[in-house]
Design a protein around this ligand. Sequence first.
Ligand code: ADP
Length: 264
Amino acid sequence: MGIPWWLFPLAGSLVILVFLGTIVGVIRQRRGRRPTTISEESSDQFNSFARELVHEIRNPLNSVNLNLQLIEEDLAAIETEEANGVLTRTRRIRSEIERLNQILTDFRRFTGLPPLSLRESDIGALIEEVLEFTEPEAQIRNIKVVRELENLPSIKLDPDQFKQALWNLIINATQAMETGGTLTLRASALDGNIQIDVQDTGEGVSPDIADRMFDLFFHTKENGTGVGLAIVKRVIEGHGGRVDVDSAPSQGATFSILLPVNSR
Ligand code: ADP
């Protein structure tokens, strides 16, 4: 019996997937070994290398995806048990391809952050803007949104990147409260700093995870990519601030952003 025709493209796809998986694995390992520092990550050279790498990986990946789709169409027409078995496997491969694509998209978001464009901003209004955007989704998820916002001084920051960072924290908080809960946004000014807390009543974070959760690619969610918190850290540290987490398992989590009012 000859080798079935579909084995060749399938084997080719698998080889490419294993290759791409290895690249992602190596990047993960490197991130794990070395702490994420702003100067390292924001180097123009690294960013343009990352951009090119993503581009180079995405092209063959899309081609693999397209070819698998064509194979699936052919297999679906055969309608034998063997063909159905292969179809199940090709679908599994395609769902892995989608995951790799998502990782690339998020990685691109991380490396594609433009330099900060600072301007005098009403940070209270920015927080309110993000909250208003959040509320419809929170309502659907049975999450109560509580505001404890003091009057805040104006501060020089990049409004878009600040909103992106806050948005990432809020998204995580809502995802941590699968069966509903309370999201509290607290903001106050003290000793030349503005502190913003995003508190949830979700699953909480164990201490071993708390140490690694800001690392690029670290995640515990089935469909996570581990880029959101790395972006938060990078944006906030880029403003001369810092971000911390305070949590215990099953007791929710509080992420605190501390921004100096006169950093630049
Ligand atoms: P992703 O959302 O893709 O998983 P993030 O970088 O945003 O990536 O988060 C990394 C990990 O940090 C998550 O997978 C989760 O384990 C943990 N995490 C983040 N926010 C929370 C939270 N509010 N409560 C519990 N765990 C969290």
